[in-house]
Design a protein around this ligand. Structure first.
Ligand code: SF4
Length: 477
């Protein structure tokens, strides 16, 4: 999972991009970077959070009216700075790119680029693959008279060749600003604008929250397969390229996106309330009678409070959170994750002691965090513990840019609900039903591959193998 931002303004855009990246920090903490174009590309990137990477940033050397920023959580590719984004090339055109997502036919395309176009990728990051594929297509055009149609035609070829999830923003040197989405629209990308004395500033970002903070008006989401090009005269051109049945990542609503973001005209917080209410219907049928409902902070708050409201059971905050520690789900290895759960959450004894507690989390993936939470609640004196997952059982790895880990580590890939209950040490485990989730999104076709195994792009063996191999290698380190 990554966060991207691009700004096409008038003044120096670097400050705005860095501030925007702060609002996307939850989407990745492995690396951060910026590129600004002002006759040539100026790039700054490194490992770590935005604050760390930009601590000694030489802002004065990054003047420019067009730029891109990126925060990265590595899925395919290493966590090293060499794989940080943005990346840029100078031939046939100066191009710089950031993307969010994951290419699933990575190895095949890398081989092809080398064999057919003699391009050797010196990075394991898949944005390079998209960038070089675009460069290869642009190279076939009349470079001196590159038209908008030429650009769109090249992007369409990229969409035909590159399989997977990608929401990309690109600077085409001296030509303009380009954003495009994969044919399924798996990852979010929103467009915004701001009126200034000098004219309209345009921006693209992974989430609309960025616009709220930077004072932009949210214009709209990119549609599946859409490409938008803003030329140097600030004219907007758009076209739908290769398009397939939409498959928006439902996990953006469940967990990844900020609750104050609006994606596809839906406020993430409200989506979580809807899911919580649906979950309440299922919970009611179990006949269980908890004394309180608590959440695993923070993403489960809206599920839990909506459930409580629907069931007429008090909602309490039963786990105190240390807000100065990052999200456990997006830390690179298991040991780190377990250590962070212990440091991050602490039961509030008087709230849970001697009570039947229904604890709601957004999902159960490896189960290690959930197990630890159940243990902590028991130690704090909870009488009974019902563990509730707002998402259906996660059974399959995500190949579209979310680190769900490998199949062997995914609990529900191997165990039935009652076995999971015993593993967690809970008195009951209740999941959202996949049918209910799909029913909630009748009017916005979603990707649900991590629950159903139905990968919208079709066969994903290569990507699954790559994830498996990566994981084995990182475990050895
Ligand atoms: S597999 Fe799951 S996490 Fe990955 S894109 Fe689809 S819904 Fe999102």
């Amino acid at each position: 999972m990554c966060g991207v931002i691009g700004v096409f303004g008038y003044d120096n855009v670097a400050t705005e991009i860095i501030n925007g990246l702060q609002t996307l920090q939850h989407r990745g903490q492995d690396s951060a970077g910026i590129v600004v174009f002002n006759g040539s590309f100026k790039m700054h990137k490194g490992s770590g959070t935005v604050t760390n990477v930009f601590k000694h940033f030489p802002l004065e050397r990054f003047a420019g009216e067009i730029g891109l920023g990126h925060v990265r959580y590595s899925t395919i590719g290493s966590t090293e700075a060499v794989d940080a984004q943005p990346i840029a090339v100078n031939y046939p055109y100066g191009l710089a790119m950031v993307h969010n997502g994951n290419v699933v036919n990575f190895n095949e395309l890398r081989r092809k680029l080398y064999e057919e176009h003699h391009r050797l990728l010196d990075t394991s990051n898949d944005v390079a693959l998209i960038l070089y594929t675009l460069a290869t297509q642009l190279e076939k055009k009349d470079l001196r008279n590159l038209s908008v149609d030429d650009i769109f035609d090249s992007v369409q070829k990229v969409q035909e060749i590159v399989q997977g999830a990608y929401s990309a923003i690109t600077i085409i040197a001296n030509k303009g600003f380009l954003a495009f989405a994969d044919p399924y629209g798996i990852r979010p990308l929103v467009m915004g604008r701001k009126f200034t004395d000098k004219g309209v500033v345009y921006a693209f970002a992974s989430e609309s929250t960025t616009f709220d903070f930077l004072g932009y008006e949210l214009m709209r989401d990119l549609k599946p397969g859409e490409m938008i090009f803003i030329d140097n005269d600030r004219h907007i051109h758009s076209k739908i390229g290769v398009t397939k049945q939409q498959a928006f990542c439902v996990f953006e609503y469940i967990y990844f996106a900020r609750e104050d973001s609006v994606i596809h005209n839906r406020l993430v917080a409200s989506e979580r309330v809807r899911m919580g209410k649906r979950l309440a219907e299922k919970f009611r049928k179990t006949g269980l009678e908890p004394d309180i409902i608590i959440d695993v902070p923070n993403s489960a708050y809206f599920f839990a409070s909506a459930m409580a409201e629907e069931l007429g059971i008090p909602y309490r905050r039963g786990l105190a959170k240390n807000y100065h520690i990052g999200r456990s789900f997006i830390t690179p290895n298991q040991q780190e994750r377990e250590k962070m759960v212990r440091q991050k959450l602490n039961p509030i004894r008087d709230i849970v002691c001697c009570k039947k507690v229904a604890v709601v989390d957004d999902s159960i993936v490896r189960g290690t965090t959930s197990k630890r939470i159940v243990e902590m609640l028991r130690q704090a004196g909870a009488k009974e513990i019902y563990f509730i997952s707002a998402s259906p059982p996660v059974k399959h790895p995500c190949v579209y840019g979310i680190d769900m880990s490998v199949k062997r580590e995914i609990l529900a890939s191997h165990y039935e609900v009652d076995e999971i209950r015993r593993y967690l040490g809970a008195d009951a485990v209740i999941y959202q039903d996949l049918e209910d989730l799909i029913d909630l999104y009748k009017d916005l076709p979603i990707c649900h591959a991590c629950f159903s195994g139905q990968y919208p792009t079709g066969a994903a063996e290569e990507a699954l193998e790559a994830i498996e191999k990566e994981k084995l290698e990182s475990d050895r380190v």
